[in-house]
Design a protein. Structure first.
Lengths: 761, 158
């Protein structure tokens, strides 16, 4: 790609600067509209009735009294949604089964977790809707339930699905179980590898499921016309996915559904799936009125996807000189009520940072009576990294090596095989370790009850389908539309890449997020793919616009278009015409567009390949209060390979935010259930995410090893930052107290137990 | 049941509204008056996204009933800038990239203004404790704290 190299060689003018984001002002004045902020005339309020039981058969649902309540316009149950085919569709890592999805939206035969939706109403006010829910009579046959993953795997465990036969086992098991799938990935000869080891470290770990904790509960507004055409305004990480899933669940033609991207108040993976949109759509279709549904915080905790809790065993074998010769990981993940935990990612990412000749990763996807898990920031990878990076820490200590030098010695390089097949094509891991080795924090003295931990992580990053359109306005400004919801500053990065490509000022570019009818298909904002893949679409669209601008200049000058080049926002005569004409600016060409051929705009739709993965290495200092078991984070340094930071402030923000979530996961966050399988902490008071006073400044170190496959070197920056965080904190706490912490969260009671136990590394 | 008639001042303007007894100030602002800049994150006073001031006092509007605001003066995010000028806190949040998704931002700006009214020269720790009632899940608070400290510096000079 000669164009690519040309752009890369040029000195960048606007990329790497830190301008104010284009969508900033409405977000500081309260005018930006999120999912719950849309209303329409004649709008009804939709509310959802949820199961009080963890596991029960639905014998009957009587909606007659609710239906009869004045002000109630419609009641729905799963009978209003068509049955779906039982089939896993899409790539294995992210396969979808609509038979499951429709049951998660609205329970059919059984409720599978407390909070599972069973019915919904639409009424003239939220008060009437609440009253109507109380009038719906559901006859439940309560069944035994199972919450914990190890218990769910036992042969005598209560079964969520009577016909679930474990996939991935040959021959197929004769009896059903809660194990949806077994995965095994391996390279080399594990037995020989361990036999050659001088030291073997093997440990068990447990992590609790944690919620993404976005501050905006899911909210949407739906309206339908009698001809079957509908519109939805929804806060999501991908309005094209909202459209596809909703159309599938309602058995409607995709073209008849228009989805508008509301501003999104955080997602972290949790808004790549849908919960309320089909319900609002059905209620709207039934009533002929617009219907708005907004989840409560309690609904969000009980009924939307946390990431999996897990039980894991990791074993590594090491030579005295520090070379890791074998690694074996067993990862058992709670999928929640329906299959689909991120355990395959965990199997793939766990040992990915390392060059180990003999590796095996075994994963189990296990259903249990909890909300179905959903993606959460680098799904799966942080969980397995907690186990692997803890074992690495112990192994380094066992052979008397510095934990960063140990990682450096074993770091994956270009050509290192991965457990899932392909060889690593990028080797920026070592650079993140070196950034920490050079950091003064790594050698700063520690006080009493203090400890230091380091850890590293890997994430694939992602590319895929994205579309963009660039419109040149008559005054020389440019509108750039993409289909990627902006969660954390992506409009700014799109504008920067467009301005850089076109050679115009940042403030001449107006980036927008277009609805599903106004731009080509674009996959979700997730997988750290937007700046990379949608960025490529923007750059491609801008290059096409440049081609058109050159053609207009050529026409104006009456020369061949090949004799016109585009430089610094101007068409310039080149070749034999060099210097013959005054350069024409984008603005000058735009002003004459009507007489040179009409509107100037171009679209690009890409399926972006050439993804480069992200690596991060993190350093954490803690102080443990021996009286309370409380852990204070004293210092946190996160060195992440970001490829190239398009807008460094928002890249730092991704790192700081990911680390903060990792600290919450490490120290506080967990789902607490009672004996009946009911969630006891479905609120921010008792499910405690970090607050400002819990955290220090989080130092983000941007390591920039450009991706050669992206015009500006972008890799993706959103996710890998959370991968090492829990292990970094756990390693620090373990060193501070002289006891190895193997269970998350490391809440004060658990730290106190460890302090009292005298259990060493 | 008949609704209550309430007369209050919102962002300096006299406002009359009708509300049901159980309706919170947050619901009144958002659903009756169309002031959707005040956000609901939890409805239980734990997240601070619905922060407003009532007679100068910082409150979670989800914990105040609409009827309680009779005769009171309420300040919401929509009244934070003066005319077309942003408040220094709003400007510093933009300059420091102190917001990502922006859903917590209105509440944090209101809480930060209230903090700086009480303490125009806060330390980093005072800012962290002053904003401990406002949850942000995107930023790790780093740039928020920077922006508040920078705005405080600028406001002290003014």
């Amino acid at each position: 790609m000669p164009d690519t190299i040309k752009l890369e060689e040029k000195k960048l003018k606007v990329i790497g600067t830190r301008p104010v984001r284009p969508d900033g002002v409405p977000k500081v004045t309260g005018l930006a509209r999120y999912g719950a902020d849309y209303s329409l005339p004649g709008m009804l309020w939709g509310k959802i009735l949820r199961s009080p039981h963890a596991h029960a058969r639905i014998r009957s649902i009587d909606t007659s009294q609710a239906q009869a309540l004045p002000g109630v316009k419609a009641v729905m149950t799963s009978a209003d949604l068509p049955e779906q085919k039982f089939e896993y569709v899409g790539p294995e890592r992210v396969a979808v089964n609509f038979w499951h999805m429709t049951r998660n939206i609205m329970a059919r035969e059984k409720v599978l977790y407390e909070g599972h939706a069973v019915a919904a109403v639409a009424a003239i006010s939220s008060t009437v809707a609440d009253e109507a829910l109380r009038l719906i009579k559901v006859d439940y046959e309560v069944l035994p339930h199972v919450i914990d993953v190890d218990e769910a795997m036992r042969p005598d465990a209560p079964l969520l699905f009577a016909d679930m036969i474990t996939r991935g086992v040959e021959p197929a098991p004769g009896k059903p179980s809660n194990i949806s799938k077994r995965i095994e990935l391996k390279i080399g000869d594990l037995e020989a590898g361990f036999a050659a080891a001088d030291e073997i470290v093997e440990m068990d770990f447990k992590t609790a499921p944690v919620h993404q904790g976005y501050i905006e509960p899911q909210g949407c507004l739906a309206r339908f016309d009698t001809d079957g055409q509908g519109e939805i305004w929804a806060s999501s990480q991908g309005h094209f996915v909202v459209r596809a899933f909703t159309a599938q669940l309602l058995e409607m033609n995709i073209g008849n559904l228009l989805v508008h991207p509301a501003e999104i108040g955080g997602g972290f993976g949790g808004k790549t799936v849908i919960y309320i949109e089909p319900v609002a759509a059905v209620l709207s279709r039934k009533t002929g009125h617009p219907v708005k549904i907004v989840m409560s915080r309690e609904d969000v905790f009980m009924a939307t996807g946390p990431t999996s809790g897990a039980a894991m065993t990791v074993k590594i074998g090491v030579k005295k000189d520090g070379k890791i010769v074998a690694a074996d990981g067993l990862f058992k993940f709670q999928a929640g009520a329906f299959p689909g935990s991120p355990v395959m990612n965990a199997c793939m990412c766990s040992f990915a940072p390392y060059d180990i000749p003999n590796v095996r990763s075994v994963g189990y996807d296990v259903v249990c009576n909890r909300p179905k898990s959903a993606a959460y920031r680098a799904p799966g990878s942080p969980i397995s990294a907690f186990a692997v990076e803890s074992v690495i820490d112990v192994a380094a200590a066992r052979i008397g090596m510095d934990p960063l030098q140990f990682r450096l010695k074993n770091s994956a390089k270009v050509g290192t095989p991965t457990v899932w097949g392909p060889k690593h094509a990028h080797d920026s891991y070592a650079a993140t370790i070196q950034a920490l080795l050079k950091h003064p924090g790594y050698t700063a003295p520690l006080g009493k009850n203090q400890g230091r931990g380091v850890a590293s992580g890997f994430w694939f990053n992602n590319g895929g389908e994205s579309s963009a359109t660039a419109h040149v306005n008559e005054d020389g400004t440019v509108v750039v539309a993409t289909g990627s919801p902006d969660i954390g500053g992506s409009r700014a990065s799109m504008a920067l890449m467009a301005a850089e490509t076109l050679g115009i000022d940042y403030d001449k570019v107006r980036p927008i997020v277009a609805d599903t009818a106004s731009i080509g298909y674009t996959h979700v904002t997730g997988g750290s793919r937007v700046t990379f893949a949608s960025g490529i679409a923007v750059i491609e669209a801008c290059k096409k616009v440049i081609g058109e601008l050159r053609a207009r200049a050529a026409m104006t000058w009456d020369v061949d278009v090949d004799d016109v080049i585009w430089e610094e926002g101007h068409a310039r005569p080149a070749g034999k015409n060099m210097g013959r004409f005054e350069p024409l600016s984008l603005k000058a060409i735009a002003a004459k567009k009507a007489v040179t051929g009409g509107p100037i705009s171009a679209s690009a739709s890409v399926n972006a390949g050439g993804v480069a993965p992200g690596f991060a290495s993190e350093l954490c200092d803690v102080e443990v209060d021996p009286e309370t078991g409380g852990v204070k984070i004293l210092r946190f340094v996160a060195a992440q390979d970001v490829g190239r930071a398009i807008h460094p402030s928002y890249v730092e923000g991704q790192i700081q935010g990911g680390v903060a979530q990792g600290i919450g996961w490490a120290l506080n966050e967990e789902y607490i259930y009672d004996q009946a399988g009911r969630l006891l902490n479905a609120g921010f008071l008792d499910y405690r995410i970090p607050v400002a006073s819990d955290l220090p400044m989080i130092e983000a170190v941007l390591v920039e090893v450009p991706n050669p496959n992206h015009p500006f070197g972008v890799k993706g920056a959103g996710e890998v930052n959370i991968v090492p965080s829990m292990a970094a904190v756990a390693n620090a706490v373990s060193h501070a107290i002289g006891r190895r912490m193997t269970e998350l969260p490391m809440s004060p009671p658990k730290v106190l137990v460890a302090l009292d136990s005298g259990r060493g590394d | 049941m008949a609704k209550h008639h309430v007369t209050a001042t919102i962002n300096g303007n006299g406002v009359e509204f009708l509300c049901e007894t159980h309706q919170t100030l947050l619901e009144v602002l958002r659903d009756e008056l169309g002031l959707t800049g005040t956000k609901e994150g939890c409805g239980t006073g734990d997240c601070g996204a619905c922060s407003v001031t009532v007679d100068g006092r910082l409150v979670c509007s989800c914990l105040v009933l609409g009827v309680e605001t009779e005769g009171k003066s309420i300040q919401t995010i929509e009244g934070m800038g003066v005319g077309k000028d942003l408040h220094p806190l709003q400007r510093k949040f933009l300059e420091h990239a102190a917001l990502q998704c922006g859903i917590c931002t209105p509440g944090i700006l209101i809480a930060a203004r209230s903090l700086l009214e009480r303490n125009p020269n806060p330390t980093e720790e005072e800012v962290r404790y002053g904003l401990a009632g406002n949850l942000c899940r995107c930023t790790g608070y780093h740039k928020i704290v920077d922006a508040v400290l920078d705005a405080a510096r600028e406001m002290r000079r003014a």
